[in-house]
Design a protein around this ligand. Structure first.
Ligand code: ADP
Length: 256
């Protein structure tokens, strides 16, 4: 008996450079989407720094396989997950060349995702082999780009946007992360680097601006502890949920 392949869509989360919070955003958006009733799986394709097992509180848990298909790890947040980091020993650098990384990405995408209708994919930063493989072989339904308010990150982000655009992958939007500083005492947000840069850049590039996530020590602490802040109500969770709601609209996702 051949099971019909479900129509599952891929949302690629990219950035021009590392350290801008792409993995943090991927984990939290996946959790927010699941809380909104969207059956969501999470793939960590960041071969340079796979961090989803830590962010999702599943470090050290290995996926199993059945009929040569990987079975995703169930996290505590309603989001099954697979990571490049689970394919090697912890701490071991992944120095894969293109074809190997492409083969590993294929195994993650074609895993046993059950009835998941959306796969959120945490891409490596930049515009390398994994991106090309993703675009050519797996045809994402959309790409979301993360940037910090600094100009340099935005220039790099523009490059990442160009790559997806040239391949006709719709850019669902730009998210500005570490935008303004959330005071740990009173919650007030101040803007040491100025405000509005990413929004203006998005307007110029004619892509939707999906919102800002402040630089907030509560986000860093919860992430380090393996508890995505989007799993809870509160100001941090609300910021991610707001972006997830826009994604649900722009990708026409249905809860159920
Ligand atoms: P990337 O995937 O782009 O390399 P990460 O998601 O790993 O970046 O984030 C880099 C570091 O910044 C991590 O320590 C993470 O906890 C922290 N971080 C990310 N976003 C925020 C934020 N909005 N507020 C506070 N810390 C953040």
């Amino acid at each position: 008996m051949t099971a019909e392949k479900p129509s599952r869509r891929i949302l690629a989360i990219g950035s021009g450079k590392g350290g801008v919070g792409k993995s943090t955003l991927s984990a939290n958006l996946a959790v927010s989407l699941a809380r909104a009733g969207i059956r969501t799986g999470l793939i960590d394709a960041d071969i340079y720094g796979p961090s989803q097992p830590r962010l999702m509180g599943s470090e050290g848990i290995k996926p199993t396989a059945e009929d040569k298909k990987l079975i995703p790890v169930q996290t505590a947040f309603g989001v099954p997950m697979l990571s490049m980091g689970q394919m090697v020993k912890p701490g071991q650098a992944i120095a894969w060349r293109g074809p190997m990384a492409g083969g590993a990405l294929g195994q993650l995408v074609d895993a046993e995702w059950g009835d998941a209708e959306l796969l959120v994919v945490d891409m490596p930063p930049g515009t390398g082999d994994v991106q090309l493989n993703m675009i050519q072989k797996h045809r994402p339904a959309g790409a979301l780009i993360v940037s910090t308010p600094q100009d340099l990150a935005l220039i790099d982000a523009a490059r990442a946007i160009d790559l997806f655009r040239q391949a006709d992958v719709p850019i669902v939007g730009l998210v500005e992360n570490m935008a303004g500083y959330a005071c740990p005492h009173c919650g007030e947000i101040s803007d040491p680097f100025g405000a509005g840069g990413a929004e203006a850049a998005a307007r110029e590039m004619e892509i939707p601006f999906l919102g800002r996530i402040p630089l907030d020590i509560a986000i860093r602490r919860a992430s380090d502890a393996g508890f995505p802040p989007a799993a809870e109500d509160g100001p941090q969770g609300a910021a991610f949920a707001e972006i997830a709601a826009q994604l649900i609209r722009s990708l026409s996702l249905r809860a159920g």
